[in-house]
Ligand binder design. Structure first.
Ligand code: SAH
Ligand code: SF4
Ligand code: F3S
Length: 582
């Protein structure tokens, strides 16, 4: 899940706050104001809302950030029944940020759908507009502020036409900015943090009933939405994201995620397996397991899995928190998930390099349907910078891990994240990053200029002392080295035959189709009927969601071009190699 430019795509994420606890079932609604038409709510509901606490009651009482506080009343002033009122109102979603947000949109929609809302893809038709937001960098937030300006102008116009629209901010920016968003953008009606989506129907009901602002930004130690089956909207329904854990305990010094997504917690294995089975029955051909530190997965909820084994880290890696103990680990989960449907590709993102014990690597190597593609965020090639970032490894440990991965999975495709211009980064540090990019040979990169975030360790302890134009220059140099390397790595597959999962028509030409290799490289090839299987004489058209064998004819830094040979399947195709299946 990422939002970036082509070569550079985007990300995913999360985090902890010591005082955060399980979400309570109450909402902090705000001042009641004028009633609105088209609400579908009863008079008794309006009266309940009017006599409930005001928004100011919450934001004045410390701690402000806890925001939800119903202790002064014995009863919830909005009952569960009244919160059910979707009344066929149409919801329009806009999703920003990482894959976690794509999955969260599906979870939020699943919750609202059950309460009688409808979904629309047409903003003009919407009664409720929900932005699922990202805070990872200043620019990501600026995009949302700009969008809010446009939406509030639309909202004012709609008020005059007697077809009011409600605006809600969900996700990381709601969590980070909390009441600032409600106060600065007075026309925002609802705020829901990443752990508060179950409360959305109630928050929307409160906002609809009396024109109140309503918010819940409590983070949770336990919420994994395990029982909520997301309504998948991924490419043609053939690939899907499955969230397996939430939050992040790593506290890298530059990162806001631990403050927007809360403590790390894993979803119980049984509910993950159930979702993957369901997706397989629906014909989904590719599942990406999601989490901010996805390979730190550890489910201790099921008694039979509660061993005493501590988390084994990759050699040379450390954490700032104590090693987790017992439970079912990522390698166990990957094993179970990959057995469900041998014709379904399994990917995972985003992993941390510290959590790649040999068991995980061997499983990837052995299991036909686990893609030989690993995202290995490095962030920097300089030990001085890695230490300031609190990444828990050195350049040498990272490169040793890369060697180990290449030894166990010889045909692996590697991608990575890098930050240019972190606090204290010198030109020499930057040169070391360039040399690491050259040394590893990634084929995809997500590259960013450092953006200081409030609350982080770096904000409190370090100086954002690299000038913006220097950050930009270094970023561009990283991009250009990445491109050269990606072209070199991709050129090595020219002449091979790759198993490609077809996504559909190419965006550039209706004459072409596009799909992805096992290594997640995009392949463009002409739309034509091909043999139903290798060496068969009858042919059939190629459709999205099917596998085809494609001969690779040329390669660029961001995609490959080829020609389809025949229909195929994962089961009937040997693991790819650079020599291909010739
Ligand atoms: N949990 C994932 C994703 C983290 S956010 C991981 O650890 O890989 C995705 C990427 O955004 C990070 O890997 C990092 O490269 C980048 N990033 C995070 N915080 C940033 C900041 N403050 N400025 C610039 N880039 C940042
Ligand atoms: Fe952020 Fe680090 Fe956690 Fe990734 S591992 S989400 S970069 S704190
Ligand atoms: Fe993802 Fe952005 Fe939040 S990258 S976890 S949506 S801060």
């Amino acid at each position: 899940m990422r939002t970036v430019k082509p070569l550079l795509c985007v990300s995913k994420h999360l985090a902890p706050l010591r005082w955060l606890s399980k979400p309570r079932n109450c909402s902090n609604a705000a001042r009641a104001s004028s009633g609105e038409k088209k609400t579908g709510v009863s008079d008794s509901f309006r009266r309940q809302v009017a006599s409930g606490p005001r928004f100011q009651d919450f934001i004045k009482s410390p701690p402000v950030t806890l925001a939800v506080n119903c202790e002064h009343t014995d009863e919830h002033y909005l009952s569960e029944d009244l919160g059910l009122l979707g009344d066929a109102r149409k919801v329009y979603f806009e999703t920003y940020g990482c894959q976690m947000n794509v999955n969260d949109t599906e979870i939020a929609w699943s919750i609202l759908q059950k309460k009688g809302y409808q979904r629309t893809a047409d903003l003009k038709q919407a009664d409720v507009v929900l932005l699922v937001t990202c805070s990872i960098r200043e620019k990501a937030e600026q995009t949302i502020w700009n969008r809010l300006q446009q939406l509030t102008a639309m909202k004012k116009k709609r008020l005059k036409t007697n077809s009011p629209v409600k605006i809600g901010i969900l996700g990381c920016m709601a969590e980070r900015l909390k009441t600032e968003l409600l106060e600065r953008e007075k026309l925002v009606d609802v705020l829901a943090g990443p752990d508060a989506y179950r409360d959305l129907p109630r928050l929307l009901a409160a906002a609809t009933a009396g024109g109140q602002q309503a918010s819940n930004v409590l983070l949770s130690l336990e919420e994994t939405y395990a029982d909520i089956m997301p309504v998948q909207h991924a490419s043609q329904g053939r690939s899907a994201f499955v969230s397996i854990m939430r939050g992040c305990d790593n506290m890298c010094s530059y990162c806001i995620v631990p403050f927007t997504r809360g403590r790390e917690r894993s979803r119980p294995v049984s509910s993950i397996l159930e979702e993957v089975r369901m997706l397989s029955e629906q014909g989904v051909k590719e599942v990406t397991l999601l989490g901010q530190n996805v390979n730190s997965y550890r489910d201790t909820s099921e008694v039979q899995f509660c061993g005493s084994e501590r988390t084994k880290l990759s050699r040379g890696f450390s954490t700032i928190y104590r090693a987790k103990q017992g439970g079912l680990r990522f390698s166990d989960l990957l094993d179970l998930v990959s057995r469900i449907d041998p014709d379904m590709r399994i990917r995972f993102t985003s992993p941390h390099p510290k959590d790649f014990p040999d068991e995980v690597l061997q499983l990837i190597a052995e299991r036909q349907n686990v893609c030989k593609q690993i995202h290995l965020p490095a962030q920097s090639g300089s030990n001085q910078v890695l230490k300031a970032m609190r990444r828990g490894y050195t350049r040498e440990a990272y490169l040793d891990l890369v060697d180990n991965i290449k030894q166990i999975i010889p045909d692996v495709s590697l991608s990575s994240d890098f930050i240019s211009g972190f606090c204290g980064e010198t030109d020499d540090d930057h040169q070391q990053t360039l040399s690491l990019i050259r040394e590893v040979g990634f084929n995809v990169g997500f590259l960013f200029a450092y953006s200081m975030r409030k609350k982080t360790h770096a904000f409190h302890r370090l100086q954002d002392d690299v000038a913006p134009q220097v950050k930009q220059r270094r970023l561009e140099e990283c991009i250009s080295v990445f491109r050269e390397e990606a072209e070199r790595v991709n050129a090595a597959v020219v002449g091979s035959t790759q198993l490609v999962l077809v996504e559909g028509e190419s965006k550039r030409s209706a004459e072409d189709l596009c799909g992805r290799t096992d290594g997640n490289m995009k392949v463009i090839f002409p739309k034509e009927d091909v043999a139903v299987q290798a060496s068969a004489s009858n042919t059939a058209p190629i459709r999205g969601g099917g596998y085809v064998l494609v001969k690779i004819l040329s390669a660029g830094s961001q995609s490959l071009r080829g020609r389809a040979l025949s229909h195929s399947s994962l089961i009937s195709t040997p693991t790819p190699s650079c020599d291909g299946y010739k």
